[in-house]
Design a protein around this ligand. Structure first.
Ligand code: BTN
Length: 322
């Protein structure tokens, strides 16, 4: 009910009477009053004036379910959402729920992670309210070999959301880092459970650097934040809703495939293309020119002998980036 009240007040952009809300939601005036008090406790600035009703003046500064949902226009992603104050890792939290009968689209967000995980066993720090850390439960009706495009599609969605929302020119470092200039703004760790020829679930976990003013020394040369890039503090709730809206669009447009318009957009936004890259094959390091991304989300690299190698995961260093 709290989400509905926020939506009503937000859409009205003026006073809404308690009676109008209770009629619309089919609940008592006391229940409306109680829900408004709970929303105030969560940080919503809602004033009330006798005979006029309630007015939504401000949203909370921190991540909050009702505030994100107010701006969501998705059918699936984020319809169910949990916003935590703190957790070890949103991926771990969602994985524990995933095997139960939780429907696709559930989103777990946390204001802080105490043991956030990065790719290749690295750590991903999320200090309270400085970044956005969230995980999404996907249950595509596809075979394990058909899901390779999901993480690149998530990277494309975040990149488009950042560029639209922040008016900057972020790009994708293949397969799914989002970068501004030469520094990382967002990383994605996708975990999954497959059962022979069936995907049980896929969880892309997305970390976006938002309000950081600095980074630990070891990563300071290759990490940046939206605040550092734009000089502006953004509305995290509205921004997260924008990311989730883009994510659903990209995942559903071609049912989890990187094809058509999305493939073209991915190639245009991909900073890896036309650069010299180095990747590992067994214990050998191989270098070549990144030329293309294919519809499975794989990187095609032209080697000096004229052959094309296909790289599908792992660590790739891109000359001039990281
Ligand atoms: C990387 O670039 O190394 C991937 C970073 C992924 C971080 C996100 S934050 C939300 C989710 N929960 C985690 O523990 N990790 C991912």
């Amino acid at each position: 009910m709290q989400t509905e009240i926020v939506k009503m007040l937000y859409n009205e952009r003026g006073y809404v009477s308690g009676q109008e809300i209770s009629d619309a939601l089919g609940v008592s005036r006391q229940a409306v009053n109680k829900a408004v008090m709970a929303l105030r406790d969560k940080g919503f600035g809602i004033s009330s004036v006798t005979r006029k009703g309630y007015l939504l003046e401000t949203f909370p500064n921190h991540l909050c379910e009702e505030a994100v949902k107010c701006h969501l226009r998705t059918k699936l992603i984020g319809k169910r959402m949990i916003v935590l104050d703190t957790v070890d890792s949103t991926n771990n939290y969602l994985k524990k729920l995933a095997s139960d009968d939780i429907e696709e689209g559930m989103v777990v967000v946390s204001r802080e992670q105490t043991a956030g995980k990065g790719r290749l066993g690295r750590v991903w720090q999320t200090k309270k309210d400085d970044g956005i850390a969230f995980s999404v439960l996907l249950k595509p009706k596809l075979a394990p070999r058909e899901i390779g495009a999901i993480t690149p599609l998530a990277g494309l969605a975040v990149c488009k959301a950042i560029n639209d929302f922040c008016k900057i020119d972020s790009r994708i470092k293949w397969p799914n880092d989002v970068i501004a200039g030469k520094k990382k703004l967002c990383g994605i760790l996708t975990e999954m459970s497959t059962d022979f020829d069936r995907v049980e679930y896929i969880i892309p976990g997305i970390g976006i650097n938002v309000s950081h003013t600095s980074f630990p020394e070891e990563i300071a040369h290759k990490a940046t934040s939206i605040l550092l890039e734009t000089g502006r503090h953004i509305d995290k709730n509205l921004f997260l809703a924008t990311v989730l809206n883009y994510l659903e669009d990209e995942l559903m447009k071609n049912y989890y495939k990187l094809s058509g318009q999305s493939l073209g957009e991915y190639q245009n936004l991909c900073a890896t293309i036309n650069r010299q890259v180095t990747f590992a094959r067994g214990n050998r390091k191989i270098s070549g020119m990144a030329v293309r991304i294919d519809s499975a989300g794989e990187l095609e690299v032209m080697l000096s002998n004229g052959t094309v190698a296909t790289v599908n995961s792992g660590e790739v260093t891109v000359q001039g980036i990281y």
